[in-house]
Design a protein around this ligand. Structure first.
Ligand SMILES: NC(=O)c1ccc[n+]([C@@H]2O[C@H](COP(=O)([O-])OP(=O)(O)OC[C@H]3O[C@@H](n4cnc5c(N)ncnc54)[C@H](OP(=O)(O)O)[C@@H]3O)[C@@H](O)[C@H]2O)c1
Length: 229
């Protein structure tokens, strides 16, 4: 195998993020994963020991993120991939029934934390002259869906954020909004119920997604991409 990549994955404790983290680690890459669920983090640390690096943290906590980024960078420098995957979804409801606090919380996790992670890692990636940032988008970031306005708004924000920062980074880097398609995760089950169970499991999805992501290059900078099922 060529040199292993150093890959940062937020929201590595379950669902899509976990399947990616496990897939990358199984392929011999070094994964720096985070999420709030301490039990899942302990399991991952046991399953995939050092040099992989697992940290229980909330991406909406600026001090915790700063400490984590410092330790990731001090262990080996800028990552090859930063995968901003952590996100939350709203309960299905028309906008006028969504409390403002719930709307704001979605923006805290799905948008502000993504910009925080890019702000923290990009200077080191730019100095190194290479690196790929993948921000998990969604079909919901490319169309409107009734009763999903807060989530759609955050994923449209991810598209705009990614495409704009893509124009700011120098050659050699890429910032890519990536839709995963539909995957049977806790998030999808919370809005789709039975239909979610007909979608691929995260493990099955990752069999395609892991090699697909590892083949992305700076030429993909700013493109809205989708993992095809
Ligand atoms: N599933 C789909 O079909 C689908 C479709 C389109 C887009 N997506 C996108 O794909 C990504 C992953 O979704 P998923 O379906 O795997 O969702 P999920 O099963 O709900 O997993 C979400 C992950 O994000 C983490 N997370 C949430 N809030 C966090 C916080 N404040 N700090 C740190 N980590 C946090 C969770 O970990 P903790 O709870 O441990 O913190 C968990 O690991 C999301 O960006 C989602 O919008 C999914």
């Amino acid at each position: 195998m060529a040199d292993p990549y150093r890959i940062v994955v937020t929201g590595a404790t379950r669902g899509i993020g976990r399947s990616l983290a496990e897939g990358f680690a199984q392929a011999g890459h070094t994964v720096y994963g985070c999420g709030r669920d301490q039990d899942a983090i302990a399991e991952l640390a046991e399953q995939f020991p050092a040099p992989n690096h697992w940290t229980a943290l909330d991406v909406t906590d600026p001090a915790a993120v700063e400490g984590w980024v410092t330790s990731v960078l001090s262990e080996g420098g800028a990552p090859d991939f930063l995968i901003n995957n952590a996100a939350v979804i709203n309960r299905r409801a028309p906008l006028w029934e969504v409390p403002e606090e719930e709307f704001a919380q979605l923006f805290e996790v799905n948008v502000l934390a993504v910009s925080r992670l890019m702000r923290a890692f990009l200077p080191a990636m730019i100095e190194r002259g290479k690196g790929i940032v993948i921000n998990l988008s969604s079909g919901s970031g490319r169309m409107g869906i009734a009763e999903m306005a807060p989530y759609c708004a955050t994923k449209w924000a991810i598209e705009g954020l990614s495409k704009s920062v893509a124009q700011e980074v120098p050659d050699g880097l890429a910032v890519i909004p990536l839709s995963p398609g539909t995957v049977n995760t806790e998030m999808l089950r919370s809005i789709w119920d039975e239909a979610a169970k007909k979608q691929p499991t995260p493990e099955k999805w990752a069999q395609k997604a892991v090699p697909y992501i590892l083949k992305l290059t700076p030429e993909d900078n700013g493109q809205s991409l989708t993992v095809q099922g």
